[in-house]
Design a protein around this ligand. Structure first.
Ligand code: ZN
Length: 678
């Protein structure tokens, strides 16, 4: 919840693009493996390695109209969507002997696909919500309404959830966080450049348009949109930006419930905690006390009518994907077209696949892994993780800047990392969740409620490490500093990341470097602040910490000079952890690859040496095009650098690259002031 889960990419984590007209889609090509034919031989790899490895693929694979970016990650994810669609379509057929799981996933998907029923229902499925909001008579009743909306999965005013205790990582505690904004980050409310000012105008116009779809006349809708913007801007004032939220010390404030309530007494916290469905607790983490303090002012400054408007907006906004086409299209228009530069809505079936995955991911996932993930994949991945851990251990031991004391601690932390491969050992229990055929919106709200209850039930209990943050078909990988574990779901253990038929060099450059990336997250600017047990505790000597910060400072400055889009540069501080992980991951994957040679250099393939192929394996997974709009958004919200720099920034720090491609010392792909942490 505090964004401390270190992911390989956020592209998959963004809210799925909202509903679009269905149209026939061709099956994607089954083969997404690397091919030497894709190299652009007219480009010198020492001038621009990313262009050499990716420009041909990018020219042949333009961004589809229903996407804001397109890369090899997406190709792989799209293959998964077809597999899941098959699973869901089969499950949707009501037949004797259909299991309870099949009923749930099948009916969820079929209800989502039933556009006729959704059009016919109009906004009726939300009528009870609107009535309940309209019945608010005083601000004292606000808390009761917020409980109801939070339980339905609507993000209003603030966030409430469970999380592990940073300073006692084996325990789960309650947590209150900032929330309730309609735009992607607090910066969107305050930046004063021309584009940001324009975007705010468009946001207000969008909110107004949505109110007119509910039947309000234009003058009233415009006034309502103004109120929404005022409340959200007020809330955003107390919110932290993404860069500040990376610092674990800045998002950990353990307070008693009483202390929290004193920060904003205008809100009835007692009632909220009693009704929301959480077990009793005395203390909790208040991620950002300033946000709650500021909330007091916002709650006080606005009338009950203003609050009704704000809640009505967020109810409509959160449920827009499940409403009739007019809402879906308007929602798409702002969130996808304007904010992300997407031209067209995704086909309905793809949207329904993502919604079903989001609501019932571990039911779908159980069938998915039976069909796609064999024992061999698990064994070979475990062996690679072992090889990478060994290489990182050697790297730590031979580090020229780290003292013996810190090295010992670092090795203890490395030894303690646990690996989760493929899928969870303990699937989530959905038996209490009712999924009804023909009730798309109700299904979605009940699924949110069921999942919030599952998370709140954890409060006061020991951390359960078998609980995965996402379903196994996800194309991603993660390191969790508060659990000190890495997760590689079945979805990513496929070409172009991992290929049974590829040579070691390609696999180590791709999934090997990804494994290395995740492992070194335990030792980046953020992960290094947590110890072997996942507790926020400083285990560094002062001198080693200073050396470490000097080295990460080099990485920060290097990436801060890269241009993301137009005149907008990469945020070196926001992306520091990911860049450190990319650089460290590649270095230890390279060491692990050399270990597999055991002194004997493999023969070249397609005229490329194993060393050259290793770097191509890395570049290949990052081939990706983006719209300018999404590039701008990512600079603010994404802790990862743009794909081009994940490749060129990393390899230009490696003398091994220079050697493999025989580059001149002055070549653009040779960083004169090479940075190295790991
Ligand atoms: Zn990462």
């Amino acid at each position: 919840m505090r964004n401390f889960l270190k992911v390989l990419t956020v592209s998959m984590m963004l809210v799925p693009a909202v509903f679009a007209q269905d149209k026939p889609a061709a099956k994607p090509s089954a083969d997404v493996r690397f091919s030497a034919d894709l190299l652009d031989k007219s480009i010198d790899p020492c001038n621009d390695f990313y262009a050499y490895a990716c420009s041909k693929w990018m020219a042949q694979n333009p961004i589809p109209a229903d996407r804001s970016s397109w890369g090899r990650f997406n190709e792989l994810a799209e293959r998964g969507e077809y597999i899941v669609r098959d699973i869901l379509e089969k499950a949707a057929v009501d037949r004797p002997g259909r299991s309870a799981s099949e009923q749930k996933i099948g009916d969820y998907y079929a209800s989502c696909m039933d556009e006729t029923a959704i059009e016919k229902a109009g906004t009726k499925p939300l009528q009870a919500d609107f009535d309940s909001i309209a019945a608010i008579r005083s601000k004292a009743e606000l808390a009761k309404e917020i409980v109801r909306l939070h339980r339905e999965g609507t993000d209003v005013l603030f966030g409430f959830d469970s999380d592990s205790d940073f300073k006692n990582a084996s325990q789960m505690i309650a947590e209150v966080d900032q929330g309730g904004l309609g735009m992607p980050d607090r910066d969107y409310y305050f930046k004063d450049d021309e584009k940001s000012v324009e975007l705010r105008k468009k946001y207000v116009a969008h909110v107004a348009k949505m109110f007119t779809l509910l039947g309000d006349d234009e003058a009233r809708a415009a006034a309502e949109a103004k109120v929404v913007m005022e409340i959200e801007t007020g809330l955003a004032k107390g919110a932290l930006d993404q860069t500040t939220r990376r610092d674990p010390q800045k998002v950990y404030h353990k307070l008693t419930s009483r202390e929290l309530a004193a920060l904003s007494p205008a809100f009835n916290w007692n009632l909220y905690f009693e009704d929301v469905g959480a077990p009793r607790f005395d203390s909790l983490n208040v991620v950002e006390p300033e946000f709650i303090k500021n909330m007091q002012e916002v709650v006080t400054a606005h009338s009950p009518d203003d609050w009704k408007t704000y809640l009505r907006w967020h109810t409509m906004h959160a449920n827009a994907p499940g409403l009739p086409t007019a809402f879906v299209n308007e929602n798409f228009d702002f969130y996808d077209k304007t904010l992300r530069g997407t031209k067209e809505l995704r086909p309905r079936w793809k949207r329904c696949v993502s919604y079903t995955n989001a609501a019932l991911g571990e039911l779908v996932g159980q069938i998915y892994v039976q069909q796609t993930f064999g024992a061999e994949g698990k064994e070979r991945t475990l062996a690679m993780v072992g090889a990478l851990e060994k290489a990182l251990g050697e790297d730590i031991k031979s580090s020229p800047w780290m003292g013996t004391e810190t090295k010992t601690q670092a090795l203890v932390k490395l030894q303690a990392i646990t690996n989760r491969i493929g899928y969870t050992d303990k699937w989530r229990d959905y038996s209490a969740l009712q999924i009804a055929h023909g009730d798309a919106l109700g299904n979605s709200q009940r699924a949110s409620q069921h999942d919030l209850q599952r998370r709140l039930d954890k409060i006061g209990k020991p951390l359960d490490k078998r609980d995965w943050p996402y379903p196994p078909m996800t194309v991603n990988a993660t390191y969790d500093p508060s659990q000190n574990n890495v997760t590689f779901p079945a979805g990513i253990l496929q070409p172009p990341f991992y290929d049974n038929r590829a040579d070691d060099a390609m696999n180590f450059g791709a999934i090997g470097a990804v494994i290395g990336h995740e492992l070194t997250h335990g030792f980046d600017d953020q992960g290094s602040q947590f110890d072997a047990d996942g507790n926020l505790r400083d285990w560094w000597t002062a001198n080693d910490k200073k050396q470490f910060e000097e080295r990460t400072g080099c990485v920060k400055d290097q990436y801060a000079n890269f241009v993301a889009v137009d005149d907008l540069k990469v945020n070196g501080k926001l992306t520091l952890g990911e860049n450190t992980a990319d650089n460290g991951g590649m270095r230890i994957a390279y060491m692990a690859l050399l270990n597999t040679f055991a002194g004997k250099e493999p023969a070249p393939i397609d005229g490329l040496s194993a060393e050259q192929r290793f770097f191509l394996g890395w570049a290949n997974v990052w081939c990706q095009s983006r719209t300018d709009a999404i590039s701008r958004m990512m600079v603010t919200v994404d802790p990862h650098s743009p794909p081009k720099y994940r490749v060129n920034g990393t390899i230009s720090n490696m003398p091994e690259f220079r050697e493999a491609y025989h580059c001149a010392a002055t070549a653009p792909m040779v960083n004169q002031n090479a940075c190295r942490v790991w």
